[in-house]
Design a protein around this ligand. Structure first.
Ligand code: KIV
Length: 271
């Protein structure tokens, strides 16, 4: 018998049970093996291989350029670092909209080639067929409403969504539809807290917020933002838990100095 204590993976059933008993769900993005190892070891419930990799890993202005192959590369790296967390992967722009067969093919590729546990896609009624088709393959689907960055050129800005009644009403209807279709959870991005609270109360599936206030079932942030690696992005909803930009820059400045001054390496650091 193995001497290692078995660590159980977080499941969609456990996430649902967390909502039911009022335990908040913790979620952060991850894009690589080393970071995933740290985040999983620290006890996060859900890791999201977000298409925000397009911004924070590749330096693009939007999430649109990242490809399915690139998402699979990030996702498989994350999976290798995870023992416990539930890992969700974004279907990238162009891999699911308007064609449910392609959506299913893309979702299957992610699950098969990365070993992920579920996928996330952006939108409501307009992607209903894609969601239904993916669910038929037994793939857990997380929805994403409110500010949906893949539609940035439709919105024109990254400002708060659903402030007007008509958009708020559509968001509530979409949220209910996603639950009815069988999504196991929903992300609400950058919407008024009162609206997020209402959706959270009306849905039985977990609702995870980013810029959606405190009255949701869990919170998600982009890990590079909350660790202060990326310093430029300063929305009101972001809490910085570290200033890794400064810590890393200082360490590298120190290394450069030590190399130039021949302080590194010493005889003890040589063979
Ligand atoms: O891609 C991402 O990082 C996301 C989160 C902002 C929810 O979708």
């Amino acid at each position: 018998m193995s001497q290692h204590k078995e660590v159980k993976l977080v499941t969609t059933h456990q996430l649902l049970a967390m909502k039911q008993r009022g335990e908040k769900i913790s979620m952060l993005t991850a894009y690589d093996f080393s970071m995933a190892t740290i985040l999983d070891g620290a006890g996060l419930d859900v890791l999201l291989v977000g298409d925000s990799a397009s911004n924070v890993m590749a330096g693009h202005e939007t999430t649109l350029p990242i490809t399915l192959d690139q998402m699979i590369y990030h996702a498989s790296s994350v999976i290798r670092g995870v023992k416990r967390a539930f890992v969700v992967v974004d279907l990238p722009f162009g891999s699911y909209q308007g064609n449910s067969s392609e959506a299913l093919r893309s979702a299957i590729r992610i699950m098969k080639e990365s070993g992920a546990h579920g996928i996330k896609l952006e939108g409501g009624a307009e992607i209903k067929e894609s969601i239904t088709r993916i669910l038929t393959a037994g793939i857990p689907v997380m929805g994403h409403l409110g500010l949906t960055p893949q539609s940035i050129y439709k919105f024109g800005t990254y400002s708060v969504r659903a402030k007007e009644d008509a958009e708020a009403q559509k968001l509530i209807e979409d949220a209910k539809l996603l639950q009815e279709l069988g999504c196991f959870a929903l992300v609400l991005e950058k919407i008024p807290s009162t609206l997020a609270k209402r959706v959270t109360e009306e849905l039985t599936i977990p609702v995870i917020g980013i810029g959606a206030g405190p009255d949701v079932d869990g919170q998600v942030l982009v890990v590079h933002d909350m660790l202060g690696i990326n310093k430029e992005f300063k929305p009101r909803f972001l809490r910085r838990y570290a200033d890794l930009h400064e810590i890393m820059s200082e360490a590298v400045r120190h290394y450069v100095q030590d190399v130039k001054s021949r302080d590194f390496p010493t005889q003890q650091e040589a063979y």
